[in-house]
Design a protein around this ligand. Sequence first.
Ligand code: AMP
Length: 356
Amino acid sequence: MNHALPPGSTIGILGGGQLGRMMAMAAAEMGYHVHIYCPEKDCPAAEVAHKTTVAAYDDAAAMAAFAKSVDVVTYEFENIPAAPVEKIAAIVPVRPSPSVLSTSQHRTLEKTAIQKLGIKTAPFAPVKNVDDLKIAVQKIGLPAVLKTATMGYDGKGQWKILSAEELPAIPAGDYVLEGFINFRMEISVIVARDVAGNIACYCPVENIHKNHILDQTIAPARIFPQLAEKAENIAKKIAEGFGLVGLLAIEMFVTDDDEILVNETAPRPHNSGHWTMDACITSQFTQVIRAVCGLPLGNPERLCDARMLNLIGDDAADWQKHAATPNAKLHLYGKKEARAGRKMGHVTFLEIAPRK
Ligand code: AMP
């Protein structure tokens, strides 16, 4: 407890989207101030933060001033350039550490680190150009998925490859070719680790995607307890192996023969953990604030089963319907424009048995 930041301290958050907004709200509940650093004006997090700096991540002077004005720095998305984050880590603690960030933001480094821990991933091969791709296709086999090594999200920067005769004409760059996994379910586990090394894990949840974007999360995942335990153990091993302080979301594939393969990690709160705000003793947002501020972790236990539905683009127009649904909790992110594919909010449907 000696290292805990006292209430009134300021948490710096890199990124100003809805995750930053919900982190800032959890921080305020615990008496902390939040300073958002974000390249865009009027971001969802700014509305609920104590202070916002609008500047580019490679603006060294603005980053240094931000680092000096806060007591700890965390981030709400992983595609922040690693170099400026490493620089500010010399000024103020950055949690999770820049090394966790750089591992998570590069698919080859990430899969290599995970396999080193004895955990399975899809078979993969790094690719830099079309010639590499031909060799990688021979090694991995088809079908396969080619992904950009960095900056990919929601299925962006991905090509499914079905035939060696029809390879995408990629410009030279940093890619990874992965074997295509015929999974029966996609699950994720969110794990937290505190400064003292204690670990708390949320139950594995089931994720259903639409157009490559998360549509629904079902908590808990409809898998047998032994498999759920296996998934949690994988998450704990990765948290420990990475030396995590903070929160890590781990996406996994479950195959027909109940094998679990790790797909990717994100060192921050995750869309598949939004249900925890309404259905767990400690939400993922409170948990990340606790972890980065040096507090003991909260209890991640589930109070009831839940289903989270993302409101994407025009879905948000249904807000009145959701607001009128019993046992539904509506969350809107304050975004002005409902563009296609844009996450506008979410609803958590709580599975509460009627009281007698
Ligand atoms: P990712 O950006 O790695 O999370 O991939 C986005 C989505 O593409 C995943 O949620 C899966 O539905 C699908 N996907 C990614 N990698 C693979 C793979 N190796 N095999 C089959 N489907 C995949």
